[in-house]
Design a protein around this ligand. Sequence first.
Ligand SMILES: Nc1ncnc2c1ncn2[C@@H]1O[C@H](COP(=O)(O)OP(=O)(O)OP(=O)(O)O)[C@@H](O)[C@H]1O
Length: 269
Amino acid sequence: MSFLTLDQVEHHYFSKESYTKALANISFSVKEGEFIALLGPSGCGKSTILSIIAGIMKQTAGNVLLQQRPISDSEMAIGYMLQQDYLFPWKTILDNVLLGPKISKNKTEEAKETALELLKEVGLSDVTNAYPASLSGGMRQRVALVRTLINNPKILLLDEPFSALDYQTKLKLEDLVSQLLKMYHKTTVLVTHDIGEAIAMSDRIFIMDTNPGTISKVFEVPIELRNEEPFLVRRHPKYHIIFEKIWKELDKEEIVTTESKVVSKENGD
Ligand SMILES: Nc1ncnc2c1ncn2[C@@H]1O[C@H](COP(=O)(O)OP(=O)(O)OP(=O)(O)O)[C@@H](O)[C@H]1O
């Protein structure tokens, strides 16, 4: 049964100077606990989809449903993790994590216990009273993850959360995040430009095309890969096969997009 449903979603950006049809005919369903990735060229509408699911923006047309109800009806349903951690520098790690529960007036003592448990889970027990400036980029992203999970969101939206990290930290964090999300059975939508990351972490990969943003193909990650840790997935023979297929698909789109732009220019558009 579908947990998250996007049905015929369309989005247009209007301003005095410009009009952009960012998304057209976006329809897909995500099962509870499933991890999907959106992969595609710059400007194909990946972040627009996340903003619509998060309720930051209202789609121009179509429906977004969580457990068959409009997503806007669900309080605290969405957790958002971005490339930047947006931790408050003047608050300790623990206070940064407890910000959400304090705002929503959740039981503070209970929330504190959960925060400490989660911080332990991600290996940050020793820095709960430290300030963000004393932490590495990878540690700060682990705090950002805990800050997201403490609100117990129904869906987690990850917008290139590892792209600012060095390669080794990124691989380690992929493993940690994947392990935690499986443990808490979180439904997740990841936006990434990294084919390897999408394969290593996801159950299904949605390839997007531009002008307007549409979903052109869906790849199911083989079950053998889904049961592995992301780091080990990259060594699996089947990883290279699916990588090649996705690479070709994206390459094809790049050519089509470039050609259509050339044709548009020749037509004076
Ligand atoms: N606030 C806005 N106003 C007008 N147009 C916008 C706005 N935000 C995005 N767009 C346009 O909508 C389209 C989709 O943008 P979006 O940022 O969702 O793509 P993306 O796939 O996330 O890109 P990237 O990978 O570069 O982050 C692009 O053509 C973009 O220029």
